[in-house]
Design a protein around this ligand. Sequence first.
Ligand code: MRU
Length: 349
Amino acid sequence: MPVDTIFWDHGSIKLVDQTLLPAKFKYIRCRDVKTLWHAIKKLQVRGAPAIGIAGALGIALGVKSSKARTGKDLLREVTGIARYLASSRPTAVNLFWALARMECIASRNSARSVSDIKRMLEREALEIIREDKEACRSMARYGARLIKSGDTILTHCNAGGLATADYGTALGVLFEASRQGKRIKVYADETRPLLQGARLTTWELMHAGIDTTLICDNMAASLMAKGRIDKIFVGADRIAANGDAANKIGTYSVAVLARHHGIPFYVVAPLSTFDLNIASGKDIPIEERDADEVRAIGGRFIAPRNVKVYNPAFDVTPNGLIAAIVTEKGIFRKPYAKNFKKYRRNRPY
Ligand code: MRU
């Protein structure tokens, strides 16, 4: 469902605090870059495209009160803010893509006045939001072609409106199919440890009036074995040049299960999620998060407080398990490395 997840509001950033959902729908305001950094780190704002937007708006926010006298000085500040925001989360390439795009504006225009560059940076951040909305709609239209009326679909994590500026990537496809009158049922994996599926995806799907069933992550195999899943749609945080795709931890298990049961596994992501500079998923940096996210659920400890924990936030699905990758430019199929090539040349960031 379209959600105003993150936006520019009279010189500051407003974002939905996703850690409170579904109990509370509440906006927080970021008036400085440090607050925004923490919002990204804590997953108050999350999902690859939304994190990219946060980065772009963060640059506009950071330079607003700058006392720089020349464009070159401002550029140095932009680079510093970009470096700081880039340290918040390592996996979603949208963040680095958006920061590089903003730095590019500052460096190309460094001969201009400081006030001109500040204005241009704000405009660029708003343009990134506009493009993301357009990309969501376009991915949804392409992806909906893969869905038949009567399909039952499984999704993992949250790739919906809360993860973008509009109505999402994988969930956007489902919203569009439903809008077109196709009857669909959706199973949402709860997505341990932080429960984006249980808290966010079910909330969005139910608001859109889609038949939604929540399952624990470990129930997906039995559903597939019973023949109750027709297709799988997930988002991505970074897609390498060969089509390997990083997404929320647990996505890879779903893809392996899908292969075993002969179910098509689709990834939906905008081109801003592609990292064509890296050859394969082996080079995707995987964020490891705090151990207490696994030891506790909603602040209540379910394991000994000192038990050792492994808590990677993402895993990589090898391209061979992916039936197709849906983007705003169309549906890509294997061989991904060859089919992505035409996008490599035209992108300065
Ligand atoms: O840790 P999160 O909640 O930011 O992880 C988000 C995901 O893994 C999403 O599936 C991905 O960013 C795609 S969002 C359109």
